[in-house]
Design a protein around this ligand. Structure first.
Ligand code: ADP
Ligand code: MG
Length: 677
């Protein structure tokens, strides 16, 4: 048996168990060994029910009675009465109906561990874990690993099969170079895995976590170091800085650049002038004014006959950029064109021909830019807006269109917290616009419960009366019996037939044709609508400075960064703006909503988001499919610093990865994921 052995070949794994594992993404022995516990439950201190007080508590009890009922659509509440020799208490679970089966035998004793708290007018044990006392392994000193219940996978089953793999685990060779294990005083791999799956005490668990977290970070940072070295060898066409060109562009702007914009533009213009490809990330909170900085770079490129490609994630945003940049650049003789999915094949041919001839200086578009027929005469600069929306492959596809490596400017309003930037993009240069254009007032954000809806509408109507505009964001396009969230279709009708009958309302969603979307957006921008009822198609980048009200329906259903982005559609001028987060019920608002109500600072919110959700979730989807740190947290700056040093030392020692197969495979994967070009 080894790490690649199928789990179905392990003793105790029948067809049914193998299927369960497969559904959880666990196929091989190695998958299971590296399926690390989510936490360890400490059953060593048991509170008698008679003595219980609020807080995290463990009791040893039987379940006297248990029922599950539907409280509202999508919510099932399970309530149980638990008894020990000293008294009774109530426990509740949300959407864990399987507890009814698990606990139905009232003669079985369980350890229940959860928060004892005041909820729904009484003290209850909330969402406790439940472990059969008779299943508790004797040798564990009552410390029990708890695994993620992917697709209902039971921790107990994982523990049982892991026990079969114990001999293999204890013989596993180390995956890190021995010198590093020694100098960093880390646990050897096999000891760490044993300690984490079969814990003896909390100190061992900590040391095991440290070892495994170090390894994850070391792999990431080593990948970043190697990328950096590889990039240093690349060459690009230098695009020299010409002060008059830039000055002429800037002097035509209807505003002064902010100090942050000036600095970022300076950094970029310097980079462009080198014969090494620029690799810069421009971060700036929503509304900070990143587009115009990209415009400066494109202007500089065009003056040396280099073409610029600007990639945007949505049709709406691409169309907006093409317009904005055409306004800024065409009077200076720089031609701007739009290529999106909606540009018909017929119109496309002449456009592509002009592009190849170099008659188009700046091409803005969606992923339509990546297609093979899109060829440039001399691509010098690639700008990726909202870069977190794109994957590495897309970035590379665009960069490959240059004869030599083009310069790359990636822009994002979803800031990567420093710790993460260091880990992910060790090779990257970063410019940050920290200041917003002057005269901007902080957006006033309020959580609004449905009982105040009427009042809210009259507040909004007053704003509209002053000539301002409002967004109303709904989760769905059509009403859906499976989902209680509001839909744009229904909300559009409702508002038109009731409170806002006297206002002009637009409707926007992702199933509309690109030309229709563009028309609606343009009408909203031209103040021909007072209210735009929209799905999240306007989430990123959309810029209508006269809109000052953002109303988000079913706000609890959105993530933190999504809420921040949506809110960023307002507050784009010197006018006071408002963001209302409407919740669908009167329950206590989530921490997410309270955080967003409290802070306008995207950088702060990104750190909070990182804590609440973890990097795998945040950066996992679009960009880093495989970046899923299991153990390391990117808040652990000390460990990151240690791993960083070790990775640097490893690279400069010239040591080869060849003899460390697993390390090499992981590093190679990360290298592909985290490089910007
Ligand atoms: P983001 O950084 O979110 O992409 P945009 O580039 O869309 O922001 O700019 C937001 C708005 O602010 C636009 O209407 C833009 O014209 C305006 N703007 C940009 N820079 C300045 C500035 N220095 N002073 C005033 N307004 C500015
Ligand atoms: Mg933008």
């Amino acid at each position: 048996m080894n790490l690649t052995t199928r789990l179905s070949a392990v003793k105790g794994v029948g067809d049914k168990t193998a299927e369960q594992f497969r559904l959880s993404g666990l196929h091989t022995v190695g998958d299971l060994i590296y399926f690390l516990p989510r936490k360890h439950e400490d059953f060593s201190s048991i509170t008698p029910i008679a003595d219980i007080s609020p807080g995290k508590r463990t009791i040893r009890a039987r379940c006297e009675s248990i029922t599950t009922k539907n409280v509202r659509r999508g919510m099932r509440l399970t309530t149980a009465t638990l008894v020990d020799g000293t008294g009774k208490l109530q426990a509740v679970w949300f959407n864990q109906a399987y507890r009814t089966v698990q606990l139905k035998d009232s003669s079985q004793e369980f350890f229940f561990s959860g928060e004892f708290e005041f909820n729904y007018n009484k003290y209850q044990l909330t969402n406790p874990s439940a472990e059969k006392v008779s299943d508790m392994p004797v040798q564990t000193d009552r410390l029990l690993p708890v695994y993620r219940a992917v697709k209902g996978l039971k921790s107990q089953l994982v523990r049982k099969i892991l026990a079969e793999l114990r001999p293999l685990m204890s013989m596993l060779p180390d995956t890190l170079p021995e010198s590093i294990v020694k100098s960093e005083k880390l646990l050897p791999l096999s000891d760490a895995l044993l300690a984490i799956h079969f814990p003896k005490n909390t100190i061992d668990i900590e040391k095991a976590r440290e070892r495994l977290a170090f390894e994850e970070l070391f792999e990431l940072l080593l990948a970043a170091q190697l990328n950096k070295r590889a990039n240093a060898g690349l060459t690009a066409e230098p695009i020299p800085f010409e002060q008059p060109t830039v000055k002429a562009f800037v002097s035509r702007l209807p505003f002064d650049l902010t100090p942050g914009q000036r600095q970022a533009a300076w950094d970029i213009l310097q980079d462009l002038g080198r014969d090494m490809p620029m690799n810069r990330l421009l971060q700036g909170d929503v509304g900070a004014g990143k587009t115009v900085v990209a415009g400066i770079a494109a202007r500089q490129a065009a003056s040396h006959s280099f073409q610029t490609a600007i990639l945007a994630p949505t049709e709406i945003l691409a169309a907006q950029h093409a317009r904005t940049l055409a306004d800024l650049l065409e009077p200076l003789g720089v031609s701007v064109a739009l290529l999106s999915g909606s540009v018909k094949a017929k119109a496309r041919q002449p456009l592509l021909a002009e592009l190849k001839d170099g008659k188009v200086d700046v091409l803005v578009g969606t992923h339509a830019l990546l297609e093979a027929p899109v060829q440039f005469r001399q691509l010098g600069l690639v700008v990726i807006d909202e870069q977190h929306r794109f994957g590495v492959a897309q970035r590379q596809a665009l960069l490959q269109k240059g004869k030599r490596m083009p310069h790359l400017l990636a822009m994002t309003a979803t800031p990567i917290p420093r710790s993460l930037a260091l880990t992910l993009y060790g090779e990257l240069d970063v410019s940050i616009i920290t200041t917003k254009p002057k005269n901007r007032k902080p957006i006033i954000t309020k959580i609004v419960s449905p009982v105040s809806r009427k009042q809210l509408y009259s507040t909004i109507d007053v704003e509209i009366g002053k000539g301002r505009q409002a967004y109303v964001i709904c989760r769905l396009i059509d009403d859906n019996p499976q989902n209680e969230a509001k839909s744009v279709q229904a909300e559009y009708k409702k508002l038109q037939n009731s409170v806002f009958g006297h206002r002009r309302i637009g409707l926007l969603h992702g199933r509309m044709k690109p030309s229709e979307k563009d028309e609606v957006m343009q009408k909203f921008k031209d103040s021909q609508y007072d209210i735009l009822v929209s799905t999240t198609v306007v989430e990123v980048g959309v810029d209508v400075p006269n809109a000052t009200v953002m109303l988000i329906e079913d706000a609890e259903q959105y993530g933190l960064s999504q809420l921040h982005q949506l809110r960023g559609r307002v507050g784009r001028s010197e006018l006071q703006s408002f963001c209302y987060l409407l919740t669908s019920d009167t329950a206590k608002p989530s921490q997410r909503l309270r955080e967003i109500e409290k802070s306008n600072d995207g950088f702060y919110l990104a750190e909070v988001d990182l804590k609440l959700r973890g990097p795998g979730e945040i950066y996992g989807r679009a960009q880093h499919g495989a970046l899923n740190l299991q153990v390391a947290t990117l808040g652990d700056t000390k460990l990151i610093a240690r791993a960083q040093k070790a990775a640097q030392a490893f690279v400069s020692s010239g040591a080869s990865l060849l003899q460390y197969k697993q390390l090499a495979a992981h590093v190679e994967k990360y290298q592909r994921l985290t490089t910007l070009n």
